[in-house]
Design a protein around this ligand. Structure first.
Ligand code: BGP
Length: 465
């Protein structure tokens, strides 16, 4: 039996986002974003045709939700401001109802001893900006900088931990490579431009935050997927894994923490002649405005092997032309989400930040297990007995603990997520929360077994196992 004790003032809590939790009510002044638009266009793309208006309705239930967060041991909680709620046109006029909502919500959290961590962009491009190209357009970088400044001015007195993006590689992958986000393009050149603009926008927000004398910290949230080669002794596999790492991790990690892009990536985009359009001074802005804090989302690793199938020369190149995914036998899987469960991945990421990224201040900003059909685990008292989730979190926390023991500057652990929530095209297919939401009973909330367990862990600042 080991006693896993975490550092003093460790952040225990969870993460969510505005678009996945808020909901809309008549006359709330929210503008349209890409999710509202895409759902209207192609509802069949969404699991059970459930769209972005059927969220857990934090907009009206925030008091109850904050009380539940307190009851499950939160001392910190991350959500995002919805750009299209605050600035319905993406730029210009502020929606005063949004200001009231967010201020009241953040105050409620603070009054209950829960520090709000706020993220500026969680996949929710306002439609008026998307119509002009979204992240492909330079204009969006300027609009985002204005939006960031507005948020700092309006909420900077309440919020002391800001994040510029959540998983910025996901809009690149989903929107411009693999078709799981609007606008569903498949175009490597566009993907590179979008990634560059997101990086630049992040650096600009950091610059504004520091130049306007805000007194908190600002970081970025990245989903890091350690890339393991099929065979560590096979140079081709190792090279392919390094390229996947450059595409999907270092494309944002290096500029955010080191202020520069990885050379492997630059070489490839130059060779393919798909360098992004830049303006003079852009690279200096990225170089000079690094993050104070890094949020790490970890769900699964990548298993990579050297390319075995020939590249189709008749179509435009894609990142996947540089590696193949390796289906490793006997790996542990979450059968519902189809994602591998590899607990040690979290330790490898934390060790990497310590050894190669200056031991930057970091925290686990998302980790969790999505499960389908959890109703079958409801006990006689009406509580979901999600022992699998307790095991999942325990196993990951042990590795977080080990990395901290070895000197990694990891300040907290946030679960994805608190309340079961709407998850983009997967809608409510996989439930992640430690609080169940019954959509048939007006979103009735019930704490799961994992929620009660998490409360104990947070209160004791650790656990025995
Ligand atoms: C992360 C996102 C979250 C959430 C989570 C679960 O990548 O930051 O927004 O969606 O994944 O995703 P899913 O429901 O697709 O399994």
């Amino acid at each position: 039996m080991t006693n896993y004790v975490f550092p003093e003032n460790f952040w225990w809590g969870s993460a969510a986002s505005g678009p996945q939790t808020e909901g809309r009510v008549a006359g709330d002044g929210k503008g349209e974003n890409i999710w509202d638009h895409w759902y209207d266009l192609e509802p069949e793309k969404f699991f059970n045709q459930v769209g972005p208006s059927k969220t857990s309705q934090v907009y009206t239930k925030y008091k109850e939700d904050v009380a539940l967060m307190k009851a499950t041991g939160h001392n910190t909680f991350r959500t995002s401001i919805q750009w299209s709620r605050l600035l319905p046109n993406g730029t210009g006029k502020v929606n005063e109802q949004a200001v009231t909502f967010y201020r009241t919500y953040f105050e409620e959290l603070i009054e209950n001893g829960i520090e709000p961590f706020v993220n500026l962009f969680h996949f929710d491009m306002p439609m008026p900006l998307q119509e002009k190209g979204g992240w492909l357009a330079r204009e969006t970088v300027d609009a985002y900088a204005e939006y960031a400044k507005t948020c700092f001015e309006l909420f900077g007195d309440l919020v002391k931990k800001w994040f510029t993006h959540n998983e910025p590689i996901v809009p690149v992958e989903g929107g411009y490579l693999y078709q799981f986000h609007y606008p569903n393009h498949v175009n490597f050149k566009e993907a590179v431009q979008v990634g560059f603009h997101e990086n630049l926008a992040s650096a600009k927000a950091i610059q504004i935050y520091h130049e306007t004398g805000q007194d908190g910290e600002i970081g970025i949230i990245l989903n890091l997927t350690p890339s393991y080669p099929r065979d560590e002794n096979n140079a081709e596999d190792v090279k392919a894994a390094a390229i996947a790492d450059a595409f999907f991790n270092r494309s944002f990690l290096d500029p955010a923490v080191k202020g520069e892009f990885p050379q492997e990536l630059i070489d490839i985009v130059k060779e393919l002649d798909i360098m992004p359009v830049m303006e003079e001074g852009d690279l200096t802005i990225i170089q000079e405005n690094k993050v104070d804090l890094l949020g790490i989302n970890y769900y699964q690793p990548r298993r990579i092997k050297a390319k075995e199938t020939p590249i189709d020369k008749d179509r435009a190149p894609l990142p996947d032309d540089y590696f193949d995914n390796y289906d490793m036998p006997n790996k542990k899987m979450n059968p519902y989400r189809g994602w591998e469960i590899y607990e040690k991945g979290i330790y490898d990421i934390l060790t990497n930040t310590r050894e190669n990224y200056g031991n930057i201040k970091c925290f686990i900003s998302e980790n969790g297990m999505g499960v389908e059909g959890e109703e079958r685990y409801v006990n006689e008292q009406g509580m979901i007995e999600d022992d699998y989730r307790i095991e999942f979190v325990t196993d990951h926390l042990k590795y977080v603990h080990q990395a901290i023991q070895e000197g990694t500057n990891c300040l907290g652990y946030h679960m994805w997520t608190c309340m079961d929530n709407w998850s983009w095209t997967n809608a409510y297919k996989n439930r992640y929360g430690f609080i169940a939401v019954d959509l048939d009973q007006d979103g009735k909330r019930t704490i799961k077994k994992s929620g009660h367990w998490f409360k104990e862990v947070a209160t004791n600042n650790g656990f025995d196992a």
